[in-house]
Design a protein around this ligand. Structure first.
Ligand code: HEC
Ligand code: HEC
Length: 362
């Protein structure tokens, strides 16, 4: 047991030591019979905080002109089909950089199927989207632009690039960012991805605490951390330093029952199964990072919970029964006080930065 706790909280940058999701069932049941683990006080814990080096694709190295250009594009509504939405429209500061509506509405008023996730640390994600169907930020930006989100239509990103190429300010900016390459579908999404890779959240009060500032958390938050890592075992899936297993190794997906409640099987969003075609991935979704979570209501892939307390109660209470529910999510029988403590602790994961709009658009 001790070895397991060390694997989760021990030396930073050893992500490969984190147990794979398949090992999680036995790990979770061990925890229940190991009271010594839950007795560790927050101040004694060795906590992971180092996010490590962000992987940068070799064909799209970071550069200042590229990041600046991507910043402008991310905030530019002219990128959507009807010029009504920028990327930022659904990933705003007011919503913790996630979405405002439970389910997002794309360009031309097209209703999408899921809630907009938080943008912090997306550059570290091995697999993007709630179902992990895309594995690079470049591919994600292209999918958002050509799909219902920005509404351009399949194969139409090239036309949009040609439209953008008529704007003199962008001609200059692309020249500086991609000398000799021009304004193309490829350079457009590369610039957006480079900007997104600057959206790092590693400066929460939790991070200060993990680095030794023992007064960075209140007593209530410390108790919350103890419940989060001990009795409630949230760390199994919301693993530090990202507070999600989805950032480690090849990613991770679980069916906790969200989106299955009161629905016939045929009406359920099958999540990860649509990508892998495996029955075991039915209704499985990526555990979101909990960084900035106190600010990013509503919650879950269907935006079905309006408050953080409701989301925590759902997660701690055993999820929603269905044919594929992960056994790790058994009812942890928390007291009201313990729920309140976890909610308080999650407030210590607030990111200190916000996304600032560019000074002006070209
Ligand atoms: C209409 C609202 C909307 C707009 C506009 C929008 N997004 Fe999103 N975004 C979403 C939703 C909803 C999802 C989740 C979809 C899913 O998982 O199936 C998402 C997911 C993402 C993700 C994946 C994050 C993760 O945790 O896996 C990234 C990155 C992202 N969007 C970036 C962008 C970029 C770049 C643009 C502009 C090109 C953009 N978004 C425009 C709603 C929006
Ligand atoms: C079996 C793995 C697992 C465990 C254990 C787990 N979670 Fe989750 N959590 C998930 C998954 C998967 C989702 C996304 C579910 C969805 O939307 O379909 C999620 C979503 C959440 C969300 C919503 C975040 C957002 O941005 O929408 C919160 C809050 C949360 N979990 C907190 C907790 C807490 C607190 C605990 C401990 C009581 C916990 N979780 C235990 C897997 C887990």
């Amino acid at each position: 047991m001790l070895a397991f706790a060390t694997a989760l909280f021990g030396s930073a940058c050893h992500h490969e030591e984190t147990p794979a999701p398949t090992a999680s069932t036995s790990a979770a049941s061990t925890a229940k019979t190991a009271p010594t683990f839950t007795r560790t006080t927050a101040d004694e814990m060795q906590l992971q905080w180092d996010l490590g080096k962000m992987p940068i694709p070799s064909d799209n190295p970071q550069s200042d002109p590229k990041i600046e250009l991507g910043h402008e594009l991310f905030f530019d509504k002219r990128l959507s089909a009807d010029r009504s939405l920028s990327c930022y429209s659904c990933h705003q500061n007011e919503d913790g950089n996630g979405g405002h509506a439970p389910i997002a509405t794309g360009a031309n008023g097209k209703k999408l199927t899921r809630h907009s996730p938080v943008m912090w640390n997306v550059g570290y994600l091995p697999k993007l989207y709630w179902d992990g169907r895309v594995d690079s930020l470049e591919a994600q930006a292209a999918a958002a632009l050509e799909g219902s989100t920005m509404g351009l239509g399949t194969g139409k990103l090239t036309d949009k690039a040609a439209e953008i190429a008529k704007i003199p300010g962008y001609q200059q900016a692309f020249k500086a960012a991609f000398p000799g390459e021009g304004i193309t579908a490829k350079t457009l999404v590369q610039a957006i991805a480079s900007y997104e890779r600057t959206l790092v959240c590693n400066d929460t009060r939790y991070d200060q605490y993990a680095q030794g500032n023992k007064s960075a958390l209140t007593d209530q938050e410390k108790h919350g951390l103890e419940v989060f890592t001990g009795k409630a075992y949230c760390i199994m899936c919301h693993t530090p330093p990202f507070f999600s297993l989805g950032y480690l190794g090849a990613g991770a997906f679980f069916d906790v029952g969200i989106g299955t409640e009161g629905k016939e099987e045929k009406d359920v969003d099958v999540g990860r199964m649509a990508v892998t075609q495996k029955e075991g991935d039915w209704a499985a979704f990526k555990p979101p990072s909990l960084r900035n979570v106190s600010k990013s209501a509503p919650y879950f892939h269907d935006g079905s919970r309006a408050t953080l307390e409701a989301a925590v109660r759902f997660m701690a209470g055993g999820g929603a029964k269905n044919k594929n529910l992960t056994p790790i999510i058994a009812d942890k029988k928390l007291t009201d006080e313990e729920v309140t403590q976890i909610v308080a602790f999650l407030g210590a994961l607030d990111c200190q930065r916000t996304l600032e709009p560019p000074k002006k658009l070209p």
